[in-house]
Design a protein around this ligand. Sequence first.
Ligand SMILES: C[S@@+](CC[C@H](N)C(=O)[O-])C[C@H]1O[C@@H](n2cnc3c(N)ncnc32)[C@H](O)[C@@H]1O
Length: 318
Amino acid sequence: MKWSEISIHTTQEAVEPISNILHEAGASGVVIEDPEDLVKERTSVYGEIYQLDPNDYPEEGVIVKAYLPVTSFLGETVEEIKVGINNLITYDIDLGHNRVSISEVNEEEWATAWKKYYKPVKISEKITITPTWEDYEPVSSDEVIIELDPGMAFGTGTHPTTVMCLQAIEKYITQGDHVIDVGTGSGVLSIAAAQLGAANVEAFDLDEVAVTSARLNVKLNKVASTVTVGQNNLLEGIEGPVDVIVGNLLAEIILLFVPDAARVLKKDGYFITSGIIQGKKNDVKQSLLQAGFEIVETLEMEDWVAIIAKNSADTKEG
Ligand SMILES: C[S@@+](CC[C@H](N)C(=O)[O-])C[C@H]1O[C@@H](n2cnc3c(N)ncnc32)[C@H](O)[C@@H]1O
């Protein structure tokens, strides 16, 4: 099959919404070329992304690439993508150069294009994420290794919003917890929660591709007895009480389900939210406080913010 590579030169802030648009348009995965990856402070403390070639990266801005099968609808799909990206301006998202280019690649190039970017990465004190094709040997006995096939849904584990969620999961989840993961993508956060001792994890995503991908990754990591994956819109129709809710979604989407999170969480349960750009941090904080949450920690990485909030209100169920 022939593949077309769509490449968008944009900003760090726009990477996540553009990735979502590409997924919605049928891209089976997204590659992010961010020059900051070449100089990340992770190198000494939290491992490194090996063998990155500076020639693959832009001098400034970020390049987001995705691969679309060449069909007779390709022209329309590309137009839809461009319109979707331009609409992001209405959410105050800086698009930078916003240069979109298309080129054709063959199947072989497509397969290797992926592999060159994904290497084992140590994300936090305990968690290392490794792509399925790498043979990774644990360095210590308590290391938590998550194997992911990143080619299918959002969540290679290395995006700053995911990294902060994983660090918060490691800190706030305790043995036996019941956890809900809203917008599971590749399932990475649910797998981490299960491996760190959660007794029960419910993972939800609106996108069918993500549900399939998360199920596959859950099986691959042998946590299917703890993690169930289902298609659902946010927390609609979900009952608690649970100990922890994690949601790595854009601020605009988090704001839609803050009251539901308070309803479903136990008193003193944690709501780990990420995917928030700096400019939207206070809106999310205010909404959390209004719903009866107490803010216990705010994490920041690049332009992104994660907020960990504790439910001070009693739930109906709990
Ligand atoms: C930024 S990705 C996060 C993926 C993964 N949890 C991670 O941290 O890497 C957001 C995910 O939320 C999903 N999503 C978006 N809107 C949603 C909704 N209304 N209900 C459930 N999932 C949604 C998207 O399909 C996508 O998989």
